[in-house]
Structures are given as structure tokens and as C-alpha cells.
Design a protein around this ligand. Structure first.
Ligand code: GLN
Length: 246
């Protein structure tokens, strides 16, 4: 953690802010503050330099045209790659997952170079995956099902350097690009180094406090006090029920 307060970045919400994904940073700040940890949100706009020294970076979803601007920015600005070299935590949702990969091809068949920090590629699935998404986490420190909603046309294939975040029990997740054979097991998301990426909106951290606390504890360098936020358990139960999971 940096000198005083925990700093949580929201990167380029103008182009990576669909579906309320900027709420992820608010959840992190609030869960830190309720434990007496001073925390603040730093919003970094498309034309700002990306600071290298934030504790946690959050990146949200975006439309095809908008996310291409984010890809260009990540290729040109050294701030985020520096932060990742330093082991800073990063949460990426949907379009951001795609943009952090080697490249992605969007619905108009435009191939866009990504930042190359995730060993993944994305191609169109030929349809949009829309609806509730539930997974069983495959990452140490997460024991509860992950819940969110997805809305994406891209299907993402993981290379050997990347691992999935969860095994899909409802919904599509990373999906299958057109012309690819479906994997034996459907998975969602990507974990590589200090990056956790998922197709889940929600915001995902509002629906999955355990995931929020994993990011916070990694950034704080140690375990956190338990924290119950009223309403969270009911929200989770409602959304899991909506996905047919009990
Ligand atoms: N534009 C991307 C897709 O459709 C990502 C969408 C999103 O971020 N929700 O695959």
C-alpha cells in the first residue's frame, strides 16, 4: 500500500464505464473505509497520464468503438504497464478484459492490438451473450460462487500464460469464438499475475464482496477484518436465484 491512503483508480470511465462498472471502485473504497482504512478514488480520464503508483486499478466495460480508444491509450501510456510490473492489483471487466489481451476482433471485424498483458485473444462469437452469469471460482482465496451479468459479442480464448477465474455454472462467460470448437469446460474470466478479469458486470464487486476483499487484502499486504454489509447476502441470494442456482 502507498504511504497513507489506499488509492483506487478508475481508468477512463468515458470509454470504459458502461453498466455501472465504476461502482467497483466505490465498493472497494467503502469496504476499506468500514474497516478504518483510509481510501480514495482517483479518476483517470482518457487524456490524463495514467499514474503508476495506485494500489488498485479498476477498468470497466465499453462499446466496440469506445474500447478501441482505450486500447490505443494503453498501448501508448506506460503508466499501467509500470504499475503491473510493480505488482499492483488490477480488476478488468468485459471490454477491458479484451483490451488487455494480445488482440481482439470486434463485431465489425476490426482487429485491434491490445496491451498484451493477458495471454488471450478475442473474436466475435456470432451472437451476443446476454444474461446472468454464475461461476465457481478457481482461484485461491475465493470460495463463494461468483455472480454477475454479461452482455458481450466477443468470445475469448486463453493461451498458456492465462488461467480462468471461474467455471461457468450459468450463462456463457468467455464463450466460443465463431469457427472454434467449444472447450470441454466453459469458463469465465482471466487471472494472470496481479490481474483479475471477468465478463461480469453487476458491478461485480457489489455482488461478490469476497472478490472485493481479495483485491483489498492483496493491496493491503495482509488479511482484513471480517465485514458484513447489510443487504449483500440478500442481493446475492436474489441474483443466484434469478440464475436458477440455489
Ligand atoms: N464490446 C465488447 C463486446 O461486445 C465488450 C462489451 C462490454 O464491455 N459489455 O464483446
Amino acid at each position: 500500500m502507498s504511504d497513507s491512503a489506499l488509492t483506487i483508480g478508475v481508468l477512463m470511465p468515458e470509454v470504459l464505464g458502461t453498466y455501472g462498472d465504476t461502482g467497483n471502485a466505490m465498493v472497494l473504497r467503502e469496504r476499506a473505509r468500514r474497516r478504518g482504512i483510509d481510501a480514495s478514488i482517483i479518476t483517470v480520464g482518457l487524456t490524463d497520464a495514467i499514474p503508476r503508483s495506485l494500489d488498485i486499478y479498476t477498468l470497466g466495460g465499453g462499446e466496440d468503438t469506445a474500447q478501441a480508444l482505450a486500447a490505443e491509450k494503453f498501448r501508448a501510456d506506460p503508466g499501467l504497464s509500470g504499475a503491473l510490473e510493480d505488482g499492483r492489483q488490477l480488476l478488468a471487466v468485459c471490454a477491458s478484459l479484451q483490451v488487455l489481451g494480445m488482440w481482439y476482433r470486434d463485431a465489425r471485424d476490426q482487429r485491434v492490438e491490445g496491451m498484451g498483458v493477458l495471454d488471450i485473444t478475442t473474436d466475435p462469437q456470432g451472437h451476443r451473450a446476454i444474461g446472468e452469469l454464475v461461476t465457481v471460482p478457481l482461484v485461491d482465496g475465493l470460495t463463494e460462487p461468483l455472480t454477475g451479468f454479461e452482455n458481450h459479442g466477443g468470445g475469448t480464448v486463453l493461451g498458456p500464460g492465462a488461467r480462468p477465474l471461474g467455471r461457468v455454472v450459468a450463462g456463457v462467460g468467455n464463450g466460443t469464438p465463431l469457427g472454434h470448437e467449444a472447450a470441454a469446460e466453459a469458463v469465465d474470466g482471466v487471472v494472470q499475475g496481479s490481474i483479475i478479469a471477468t465478463y461480469m458486470h453487476g458491478p461485480v464487486l457489489a455482488r461478490n464482496p469476497q472478490l472485493a476483499d481479495l483485491l483489498l487484502s492483496r493491496a493491503a499486504g495482509g488479511p482484513l477484518e471480517p465485514l458484513e454489509v447489510p443487504g449483500t447476502a440478500a442481493l446475492r441470494a436474489e441474483r443466484l436465484d434469478a440464475a436458477g442456482i440455489r
